[in-house]
Design a protein around this ligand. Structure first.
Ligand code: BGC
Length: 735
């Protein structure tokens, strides 16, 4: 067996090394003497292994189609995501796939973004936790992953050329934090760089992102590959830290690199470094040391059903409309029951093993009517009439609604988040003849629901994978108690979203003007009513939260509370811990999700839960000092069932962080200094005989003016220049 190391690489010809840093074709790495090529395949919700390299995008081998990431994130269930990874890895091993191209972990910035179905959340902690679990699961089987799309690929229109213009703090806190967590905790085999530019620099040749942040700061050891066709200048890309161009451009790719080396534009050592990473990947994941685990598609189909069961979100359930009554005359209306949307379009499209439609899985006594056509948004008179007739003569109606495939896919963004007009219209009509309409949604991201106030029950199934029918009825019938929570906010109107005025408006620049105040961080700061908040999801049982205690240890903060199932059936709850920062002297969201746990409880059972928040849970990214800063001072811990259903809250004082003043300079204000003065500061002031003077400045009469004077201008307040200088010098020396 070849030993892959730098010596081995240096023993290869320049041609061979140049060959290695581009794919041989769409899916394979190059073959060089002593090392066979390695196969990679999409991801992320099932295998899309093309029948052969030249076959069309949708001609792939049969594989189990698991729920899309928008749904799996709604599980808030790390263990299930790890199991999903194991299932995918097992399937990949059976198909001799070395690297699975997923998960996609970009943040859902706008509900219009075409690929939201493939991404986890608007919140980086949730996206990071789900991604970490998924990656650990896949890689535990000996298959590598490619975490994509690094980074800020938050829109599809002009995705190859558009520049995501993001300020540094927003970049770090919102758009990179999930990648950082995954890299540090799950050590993904590869990272896939995105198509777009970041602040004007093509990501595939962005040294700051691909090397300085990813490798130097986060310590990433794996390989960086390009998204398919993302490389503009291959030499510049390799220099910046890209290792593998995908797919290759044939001989042209090789020639380009050979020329660059010969002309001295690319150092051989840089080429060797990337060639070595390709070989290491091919060796480790292309030639696994352990035997492939047992693989059975029916077992995987059953898991796809359980994962959907664990993730589907019960958005509304007035007067216990659900679970459906066994004895009720039941109407099932909507073409989506017969032709469900269960997966997204584009590279994640799977040739599903066995799709069970909601119509196929519906109870024997239910009666179906098509109601509307998916290929048009015009109402169909005959279909409407038949549906209305059926609704009139039924006790309950289950109405299947959603975005048709043509409206939502990789490759383009949406222009609206309304359901097609014919679906909205029919639903309004049905509600006039039967108030017991349960709406089941199939869509990739947030939907406007003008009819929500009139609708007693709404179930969000997103794109639920091939077991869509079984899982939907598991929830509707009550065979499974729902436990999913929204991983994104559903606004009342698209126009309420903070990116509404800017998203997709400029062909060349996508300007992230809303900064860190996006998703629930924005809606909460604005105190804006939303349709359904982040973290929301109901159960058929009820939960009570009690006895919150908070204690600070030398490295972290421990949050404990009791969670009780107060209803009459077993159920799972996602307890969410948010932090409200009142300490930092900068823009802070009202609250941020900092931890969560999913717990199963029998009726009457109570569990005592303990969660630990590290310093990072209290930190913000200070782009001036280029550090994560956790400021000492007042915080509040909020524990709840959703971001807007907080059951317990308690203030506490953080002392394990840093001083919120940061470095004290002449530009520090008197008010800031005195409000945050610790013993050391007070002592300096006392030693200089200035205590009475500062007390006077902060007296109720003078504080409104004096608190707003910077230290350097205290000469205006009868302190001589020398004393001001000495005071500043002493304060400055504090770390
Ligand atoms: C997508 C990637 C995908 C690749 C290979 C690209 O267009 O952006 O997510 O992995 O194609 O199919």
């Amino acid at each position: 067996m070849t030993k892959v190391d730098l010596n081995f690489v240096e023993g290869l010809t320049l041609e061979e090394r140049a060959d290695l840093v581009s794919g041989t074709d769409f899916w394979f790495t190059a073959k060089v003497s002593g090392m066979d090529p390695m196969l990679m395949t999409d991801g992320p919700s099932g295998l899309r292994k093309q029948v052969n390299v030249h076959s069309a995008m949708d001609q792939s081998i049969e594989a189990v189609c698991f729920p899309c990431s928008a749904l799996t994130a709604s599980s808030f269930d790390d263990q299930m995501l790890e199991k999903l990874g194991e299932q995918l890895g097992t399937a990949a091993r059976a198909e001799k796939i070395g690297v699975l191209l997923g998960p996609g972990v970009n943040i859902k910035r706008s509900p219009l973004a075409g690929r939201n179905f493939e991404y986890f959340s608007e919140d980086p902690l949730l996206a990071g936790r789900m991604g970490t679990a998924y990656v650990k699961g896949v890689q535990s089987t000996g298959v590598g992953v490619s975490v994509k799309h690094f980074a800020t690929n938050n829109r599809e229109d002009q995705r190859f050329t558009n520049s995501s213009d993001v300020d540094e703090r927003t970049l770090r806190e919102i758009y990179l934090a999930q990648f950082e967590r995954i890299v540090k905790q799950a050590h993904p085999a590869t990272i896939m760089c995105s198509y777009n530019k970041l602040n004007g620099v093509q990501v595939s040749q962005n040294q700051r992102l691909l090397t300085n942040i990813l490798r130097d700061e986060w310590g990433y050891q794996g390989l960086v590959m390009s998204d398919w066709g993302a490389v503009v200048d291959h030499t510049a890309a390799i220099k910046a830290g890209l290792d593998l161009e995908m797919p290759g451009k044939g001989d042209a790719s090789k020639e380009e690199i050979i020329q660059a080396v010969k002309e001295g534009r690319l150092q051989e050592s840089t080429l060797n470094r990337s060639a070595l990473r390709v070989l290491e990947m091919a060796e480790r994941y292309g030639h696994p040391k352990t035997p492939a685990p047992a693989y059975d598609m029916e077992t995987q189909h059953e898991f796809a059903r359980q994962l959907a069961d664990d993730s589907i979100v019960l958005l509304k359930n007035e007067n216990q409309e659900l679970p459906l009554s066994d004895s009720a005359k039941l109407a099932v209306i909507g073409e989506l029951a017969q032709k469900p949307r269960f997966e997204g379009g584009g590279s994640s499209h799977v040739n599903a093993h066995r799709v069970v439609t909601p119509k196929k899985a519906m109870p024997a006594h239910a009666v179906y009517a098509q109601g509307y056509r998916l290929d048009s948004d015009q109402a169909d008179e005959q279909l409407t009439k038949a549906a209305m007739e059926l609704a009139k003569n039924s006790d309950q109606v289950v109405f299947f609604a959603g975005f048709p495939e043509a409206m939502e896919s990789e490759g383009f963004d949406k222009h609206s988040i309304s359901l097609p007009a014919n679906q909205n219209k029919l639903l309004e009509q049905l509600l006039t003849v039967n108030p017991h309409v349960v709406v089941v949604l199939q869509n990739g991201s947030a939907v406007e629901m003008p009819w929500e106030p009139k609708t007693p029950a709404i179930v969000e199934t997103y794109l639920a994978g091939e077991a869509v029918g079984e899982a939907t009825w598991d929830i509707l019938s009550g065979q499974v108690n729902p436990s999913g929570k929204l991983s994104e906010t559903f606004p009342k109107r698209l126009a309420d979203n903070p990116t509404y005025p800017t998203f997709g408006k400029d062909r060349r620049h996508e300007v992230y003007r809303e900064g860190i105040l996006m998703g629930y961080r924005y809606y909460d700061a604005k105190q804006l009513a939303v349709r359904f908040p982040f973290g929301h999801g109901l159960s058929y049982t009820t939960f009570a939260y009690q006895n919150l205690t908070i204690s600070e240890n030398s490295d972290d903060v421990t949050v404990s509370f009791d969670l009780e199932n107060t209803g009459s059936q077993a159920g799972k709850e996602v307890a969410q811990v948010y932090v409200a920062n009142h300490a930092s002297q900068t823009i802070m969201p009202i609250d941020e999700l900092r931890d969560f746990v999913k717990v199963e409880l029998q009726p009457g059972e109570t569990k005592h839960l303990t969660l630990k928040l590290s310093r990072r849970a209290f930190a913000w990214y200070n782009s001036e000092t280029e550090t994560w800063e956790a400021d000492n001072g007042q915080y509040e811990i909020l524990v709840g069932s959703s971001s807007r259903d907080i059951r317990l809250r308690q203030e506490f004082e953080l002392t394990i962080g840093t001083n919120p003043l940061g470095k004290i300079t002449g530009e520090t204000y008197v008010g800031e200094l005195m409000e945050n003065a610790d013993e050391r500061i007070k002592q300096i002031i006392a030693e200089m005989g200035l205590t009475a003077t500062f007390d006077k400045f902060m007296s109720p009469e003078l504080a409104p003016i004096f608190a707003n004077i910077p230290l350097r201008s205290l000469t205006m307040a009868d302190i001589d220049a020398e004393t001001v200088h000495e005071l500043l010098q002493k304060l400055n020396e504090l770390d």
